[in-house]
Design a protein around this ligand. Structure first.
Ligand code: PEP
Ligand code: MN
Length: 328
């Protein structure tokens, strides 16, 4: 205890930022630079210090070197990053009170653990449906009341972070905002759990650097989300980078979530991509489900009907068991 505080005080006095990761057996004191080199020998000589490990990667707190153990944290009654997979499901957009309530009950019945639904939508066209805004957040909160499912929703601007935090359990950073640094700082400061989508043309390293922004505020509850990237192929909406799952798990201790809906863009391929994600080691999935996809105000083409989603959950359970994981 005393030894730990001595190390922390030493690093802070030298002008470094300290990030603690307390495991069962040992504590990792992450010391993040201020441009000046750390006196490694001095650090190694301090009582209680077993080893000094320089993290050479540009992302520090996000890296496996910083924290060799998987990050696990609770999300409502479930948790992410451990043996159990977490399933998030719901419509692309919250369209009405009845639509989100109906979908929430349906996905819960099918086995989802978290309800998704966008209230603030990043649309390619300014003339497309932009979401219901705060009204949508209220409906999401009502759906949580009724079903007990925690809620994830996207936040698009720093000024709206406090409002979205009032209603949502998890903040989603969309692909288009992965490098919106002001937003990353704001969600980092919020200390709310965050799902960080990979930008549509982003390198894995850039994605992890974006996670680093959030982590640098001491907000450790960050999930990475692979949602497909842009390639020359246009038959599918995006190209699902299945590699990104094992790569991100190798480079980082953060949980990795797969989004087979945006990765494929067509409901016909969602189940295959979802099952592949489970086999590849994803810690969870986020899947678009709509009771009437043909009438959806956004992403109807990639939305599963509740019945198909329920079937997919059963199929994923078998794959999860085969790779030593579980879907409760
Ligand atoms: C969404 O989840 O509906 C969404 C807009 O996703 P992305 O940011 O991955 O495009
Ligand atoms: Mn969508």
């Amino acid at each position: 205890m005393r030894e730990k505080s001595t190390v922390i005080a030493w690093a802070e006095d030298a002008g470094y930022q300290v990030h603690l990761s307390e495991g069962e057996e040992k504590t990792i004191v992450g010391i993040v630079g201020n441009g000046r080199p750390l006196n490694k020998d001095q650090a190694a000589r301090m009582p209680g210090v077993e080893r000094v490990v320089p993290v050479l990667k540009p992302f520090k707190i996000a890296s496996r070197e910083f924290n060799p153990e998987d990050t696990v944290f609770p999300l409502g009654p479930h948790s992410v990053g451990g043996k159990e997979l977490v399933l998030m499901a719901g419509p692309c957009s919250v369209e009405s009170r009845s639509q989100i309530l109906e979908t929430a009950h349906a996905v819960k019945e099918a086995g989802a653990h978290i309800l998704r639904g966008g209230a603030f939508k990043p649309r390619s066209s300014p003339y497309s449906f932009q979401g219901l805004g705060e009204e949508g957040l209220k409906y999401l909160a009502e759906a949580r009341e009724e079903t007990g499912l925690p809620v994830i929703t996207e936040v698009m601007e720093p000024a709206l972070v406090p409002l979205v935090c009032e209603y949502a359990d998890i903040l989603q950073i969309g692909a288009r905002n992965m490098q919106n640094y002001a937003l990353l700082h704001a969600v980092g400061r919020s200390q709310h759990p965050v799902l960080l989508k990979r930008g549509m043309s982003s390198l894995i390293e850039e994605w992890l650097m974006s996670a680093e922004y959030i982590l640098s505020h001491g907000n450790n509850r960050v999930m990475l989300c692979e949602r497909g990237i842009r390639t020359f192929e246009t038959y599918t909406r995006n190209t699902f980078d299945i590699n990104a799952i094992p790569v991100a798990k190798h480079l980082s201790h953060l949980p990795v979530i797969a989004d087979p809906s945006h990765a494929t863009g067509k409901w016909e391929y969602v189940a295959a991509a979802a099952k592949a994600s489970v086999a590849a080691g994803a810690d969870g999935l986020i899947i678009e489900v709509h009771p009437h996809p043909a009438e959806a105000l956004s992403d109807g083409l990639q939305s599963l009907k509740p019945k198909r989603f329920a079937q997919l959950v059963q199929e994923m359970k078998a794959i999860a068991r085969a790779v030593g994981r579980e879907i409760e």
